[in-house]
Write a protein that binds this ligand. Structure first.
Ligand code: HSE
Length: 426
């Protein structure tokens, strides 16, 4: 039987979940994997919390040096989150010859090049399944099961908090602010929700997922980002009538013209598999040249789902000889000559408030046509106070043309005002 000693840095929700799985399944792993995995050390500021989980006093380390010098420890699990002290602890662990398993998406997204170089130098493993989409096994799927494919696109609902908020706004017609308050009360949203609702969390995850999908570093700074704070329930309601559901999507595409990476709210056709991913569930829809379409669905956060990803990495690390580093030269920037497409193509939904006056509609239509933007569907609601709510769906067009059109209409406000613009994923 192979003995594996583990240290856990940070016993919050994720670290605590990993500890629970490891201790409750210890006999199961002995029997089925021929591995005796024991937790030999922890770092946790809240001593009481560590003790309440059943961790012996002697296993609570006062600093990272104690973990690094403990020869019983083979693998260090980092579940602290944030950049410091997580980064220093991970580097110290790797430099002392220990493999690292991390759930820290921000750290891995921003510094994987640096961490991987140190892991390689020391012949250690660096595993990160838990950084993206919690219990949904998307990283190993991309690295192993789909490695024979050229991945051309990934579209994901990779943030549970925003998916929960948008689902409730869709179901109840409530405002963003009201649903957020409710979500915070129920523990679905953090007291400071910025990272989730402004799309940063999804950007970090998309950077990691698109880097391994497209075999080059996709710096998070290249990803277009828009959160859900400006989402108006009126658009969710109108989208529903047109057959669409609103989701915060993370989109990565790789083609002959370059790479496109973006996070923003979007309308998804209600028949699309991603449209039925509701509440705090996550899903990633992948397209490969051999496999065609694959969708992975499940819990993207939480103690046991994310703990499950961590334990999978521990077992993978303990049972694989070679260490699986990136397939590409992992540098801070994308490979030379990588082109990022900023003026991407999409269909668009626009909601306008149009003056209820003869000739205004034809004026607006001529502005669309001037920018080469075709209209595929129009929906009009009853006029009120001399204004008509008008919803338009465009044919596929360029982002920059839509921006110019909106600027032009809103500059004069003579015939109409554009109230919302939402990209549509067909
Ligand atoms: N805050 C994240 C979410 C979970 O809401 O999906 C951890 O990545």
């Amino acid at each position: 039987m192979k003995k594996i000693g583990v240290a856990i840095l940070g016993l919050g929700v994720v670290g605590g979940g990993a500890y629970k799985i490891l201790t409750e399944h210890r006999e199961f792993y002995k029997k089925n994997h021929n591995l005796d995995i024991s937790v030999e050390g922890v770092i946790e500021r809240n001593r009481e919390r560590a003790l309440s989980l059943g961790i012996e006093e002697s296993k609570i380390a006062s600093n990272i040096a104690e973990i690094c010098s403990n020869s019983e420890i083979d693998i260090v699990v980092e579940t602290l989150g944030g950049i410091e002290p997580a980064k220093s602890y991970v580097l110290a662990s790797l430099n002392s010859g220990k493999s690292v398993v991390t759930s820290n998406k921000e750290l891995y997204c921003k510094y994987s090049h640096e961490l991987e170089a140190v892991a390689k130098k020391n012949g250690c493993g660096l595993y990160f399944e838990a950084t993206c989409v919690g219990g949904v096994p998307v990283i190993r799927t991309l690295l192993d099961s789909l490695q024979g494919n050229k991945i051309s696109s990934l579209t994901g609902i990779i943030n549970g908090t925003t998916n929960y908020i948008l689902t409730k706004m869709t179901d109840c017609g409530a405002s963003y602010e009201d649903v957020l308050k409710e979500a915070q009360k129920l523990g679905y949203a953090e007291a400071n929700p910025t990272s989730d609702v402004e799309g940063f969390d999804a950007v970090y995850k998309l950077s990691i997922l698109s880097s391994i999908s497209f075999h080059t570093k996709i710096p998070y700074t290249e990803i277009y980002r828009e959160g859900i704070t400006g989402v108006d329930p009126a658009d969710i309601r109108c989208g529903k009538q047109l057959g669409y559901v609103m989701k915060l999507l993370a989109i990565g595409k790789s083609g002959e013209n370059g790479i496109e990476v973006r996070v923003h709210p979007a309308f998804v056709k209600s028949s699309h598999p991603l449209a039925s991913v509701n509440d705090s569930y996550n899903a990633v829809y992948l397209t490969g040249d051999g496999v065609e379409d694959v969708m992975l669905y499940g819990r993207g956060a939480g103690a046991l789902p994310t703990g499950s990803a961590i334990v999978a990495d521990i077992i993978y690390c303990a049972t694989h000889q070679g260490d699986n580093y990136s397939t590409f030269k992992n540098t801070e920037k994308a490979a030379p000559n990588t082109k990022f497409i900023k003026n991407f193509e999409s269909q668009y939904y626009l909601r306008l408030s149009v003056k209820d006056k003869t000739g205004t509609l034809s004026k607006i239509m001529s502005q669309f046509s001037k920018h080469g933007i075709g209209i595929s569907e129009v929906m009009q609601e009853k006029a009120a106070d001399g204004k008509v709510p008008l919803m338009l769906l465009t044919h596929t067009t360029f982002e920059n043309e839509v921006k110019k059109l909106v600027e032009e209409i809103n500059a004069s406000k003579e015939a109409a005002e554009v109230l919302s613009v939402i990209r549509v994923v067909s």
